[in-house]
Every structure is written in C-alpha cells, then in structure tokens.
Ligand binder design. Structure first.
Ligand SMILES: [Zn+2]
Length: 450
C-alpha cells in the first residue's frame, strides 16, 4: 500500500499568486513526492482514512518558501570582528567577505552549508538559490554543498562566484566549476546549477565574453548588480559601460538570469532588465545592513521588471525578509499606507523562478499533482483569513512565528520543530570548535581596509 500523509485541519493557503485560495479547516494530502488532494479537512479525512496524520492544530499551511539569493558560506561570520573600520561598501567586501571566502577550506565550506541548510529548514524554506565563493577550496565546492543539500532534503540551485578579483586564472577555474556542476545536474531530482558571477566591476570584458561563449543552453547567470554605486562607477571607469549593458553585450541577459539587488539601476537599465525577462532579486535586510540604499520596488515594477526576494546571507528567514521589504518601502516613500501592492508579488516570483529552474511547473502551489513542498507555521490566524488579506497575515503574524513542520519532496524535514535530517546542536558545537581556526586564517590574510 502506498503511504499517504495528511496535514490538517489548518488554514491552507494554496499559493502566493493572485489566483491562490485560502481554505480554513483545510488539509493537504500527499503520496510519495506529490500532493494528491487539497480541500476541506472533513472530506479528506473521510477519503484518506489510512493516511499518517501530522498535527497542525489550526495553524497556517503554506507552500514551501523559496530563497532566491543566499550565501551559505557566510554562516561562520557571525561574531567575527574584521578588526578594521568598514565604513563603505568597498571596505565591507575587501575587509570582510573577500577575506572570509579566501579563508574557507573544505571543512568550513561543508559546515557553513549544513548550518545554513538547517536554518533554511527551520524557517520553512524548501528551495535555496545559493551563491558560493571559496577560492582556497574551489574545485568540488559545489559538489560538496550539493551533497549537503541532498542529505538535508531541500532543493538547491547552486553556483560559484566567478570573479577576476584574484586574477583571470581563478575566474576561469570558477567558470569551470559552474559549468561542470550545471551540466552534470541538468536532470537531477533536487539540484540544479547556474552560472555564478560576482559583480560587473570585478569581471573583465574577456571573462564576461568567455562566460557568454561557454554558457550551456538553459543555464542562467546569478550575479550581483548595482548593489552599491561603486559597482556602477567602477564598471563605467574600467569598462566604459554600466553593469546591465555589459551583461547584455555578453549575451547573458535573459529570462534565466537572476540579477541581485539592482538598487542603483537607472530607468533605462530597468527597462532593459524588464525586456529580457530576468528576475531582479531584492534583499532588504542586507541592503539595510550594508547601508547601500533601498531598491525602489514601485519603480522597478513600474518598468515591468519581475522582482523576487532573497536574504543575501543575512538570515534564512524568508518571511522576515518579506516583512522587512514592506517596512523598507514604507520608510523609503515616507508613506505608512503604501506598498502592499508592490510587496504582494515577491514570493510568487520566487515560486515561479524555482519552478522554472527545477522543471516543476507546479512548485510553490498546493494542488493535486504539485510537489509536496510545504510549511506549517505556529500561527493560528486570530482574524478571518482570506485571499484579500493573506499578505497582512504573513507580514504581521506568520513572519514572527516559528515553524512547526517543513516538508520537501514529501519528506518531513522538520517535525514539531525538530530536525529529522540534520542535527543543528551538533553542527553548532562542531562549528564553535572550528570557527576560531577559520578566524585565525582570516586575520592572517590581512586587513585591507583601504
Ligand atoms: Zn549576495
């Protein structure tokens, strides 16, 4: 007999798009990796009496969340003192991130990945788009992270950050790592590869054209764009064109591309991005932390851009990022009544982009035939939930709530708040023992704050 599992009765939100339904006293039933039924709990309990029952107690049941931009490698930076002042974006890169990624070795890449995957599961993320860099352990780094993702049970779309910042040879090695991983995982059930690029200002014309020439069909780029004015200024200074124009010239701008940040893009660039169908990935908490400015969502959407949401290494809590997105837009516009419309589509763009990347058209929806990727939050809506106000329930309620169950590909990865595939306490103990050695290597790489 095939095993079926049911969650309910709870408040089922069937998706994040405009056509999503909200079913109070609802349930979801899945068999293997696919959902077989979604509907009123009473009816489904009668139809599937033998199903394993996962308690929900009236809580919110959502499609598994997608994070469109994260850096697992940043997990061991928590509490690290760079030892030098970092008062602008260039110093943050040179003094912190480019030193940390060079200090990473095989063990700390694995640990960082596992810690981040555990945090993703803890916050209901079932598909992670990661952007990785570890120049001292480059070859095989994506396989190592991929293996960790497979063991954790969540889906992952991985890439290595190609950059000329440590020389052209290393840029080519990074490209090779991307190509090798992406080609071997074209048909993998839960992993995919993209072509990771750092940012325009650390990529030579030669490297960009090489990436354009070597890019396999169906594989898009994942790149930081105009996060800070520095990217735009140096791009013009060094290469005589802005970041978007350079990517377009290299044939890299299309529907498969993830352009991260876009805070400092001009109107004309936003129109180019919109015409290409690329997704702009907004990371409000990271932007605030790095004091780089705030993406004007109304402007980007007005230009016709598809805009999704990530966390950029700041956290793994997507609903926290959603809440921050709303707060940042209100602060930007000085309007306490604005921006629900602008924020409303972010999670749907994430779901659609993940569906495209993984070849699962129904990913991010709770309906028969869709992948059984879902999350149950410890949040019983205290006011009537409906399609018209579900964003309010997410931003003002669920975003503050712990997760009770996380399910990906039909497998329960978090049950009653406890991990089933990873052991965060053991991982943290291991990381605390290892981090001092990583931090020593980091310190020995010098504090180039200038
Ligand atoms: Zn990033």
């Amino acid at each position: 007999m095939t095993e079926r599992t049911m969650v309910g009765p709870g408040v089922v939100v069937t998706g994040f798009g405009p056509d999503a339904a909200v079913i109070t006293d609802g349930a979801v039933v899945w068999e293997g990796e696919r959902i077989v039924a979604v509907g009123p709990y009473g009816a489904l309990a009668g139809r599937y009496p033998g199903a394993e029952h996962l308690e929900v107690d009236g809580n919110l049941i959502l499609p598994g969340l997608v994070n469109l931009h994260h850096h697992a490698y940043s997990a061991l930076a928590r509490g690290l003192d760079p030892g030098i002042p970092m008062h602008d974006f260039g110093r943050v890169l040179r003094g912190l991130w480019w030193r940390l990624d060079r200090a990473l070795d095989e063990e700390t890449v694995r640990l960082s990945a596992e810690l981040t995957l555990a945090a993703c599961i803890r916050w209901g993320c079932t598909t992670l788009f990661d952007h990785h860099a570890s120049p001292s352990f480059l070859r095989g780094s994506l396989d190592l992270i991929g293996l960790a993702a497979e063991r954790s049970g969540i889906r992952a779309v991985l890439c290595y950050e190609v950059s000329d910042r440590n020389g052209h040879h290393e840029a080519l090695a990074g490209l090779e790592e991307n190509l090798d991983f992406a080609v071997r995982h074209r048909d993998h059930p839960s992993l995919r590869g993209m072509l990771g690029l750092h940012a325009s200002f650390t990529l030579s014309d030669e490297t960009l054209s090489r990436v354009g020439r070597d890019r396999p069909g169906g594989v898009g780029i994942h790149v930081h764009v105009a996060e800070d004015p520095l990217d735009v200024e140096l791009s013009w200074q060094r290469y005589g064109a802005g970041p978007v124009e350079r990517l377009e010239r290299a044939g890299l701008l299309d529907r498969l591309a993830l352009l991260v940040h876009g805070v400092h893009l001009e109107e004309v660039d936003l129109e180019t991005v919109a015409a290409s169908g690329a997704v702009l990935v907004h990371n409000p908490e990271s932007n605030a932390n790095n004091a780089v400015g705030t993406l004007d969502l109304a402007r980007a959407l007005g230009a016709g851009c598809r805009v999704g949401l990530g966390t950029d290494g700041m956290s793994s809590r997507m609903l926290g990022s959603l809440r921050s997105a709303l707060l940042a837009q209100r602060s930007l516009r000085g309007d306490p009544g604005c921006c629900f419309t602008e924020v409303a589509g972010l999670l749907e763009v994430n779901a659609r982009r993940a569906a495209e990347a993984l070849g699962e058209p129904l990913l991010g929806r709770l309906e028969p035939g869709a992948p059984a990727d879902l999350v149950v939050l410890e949040d019983v809506p205290p006011t009537p939930p409906g399609p018209e106000n579900i964003l309010g329930h997410l931003v003002y309620g669920a975003s503050e709530s712990p997760v009770r169950h996380t399910i990906a590909r039909g497998r329960i990865l978090l049950r009653d708040g406890r991990h089933t595939t990873l052991d965060p306490a053991t991982l943290a103990a291991e990381a605390r023992a290892t981090a001092p050695y990583l931090w020593e290597r980091f310190a020995s790489l010098g504090g180039d704050g200038d």
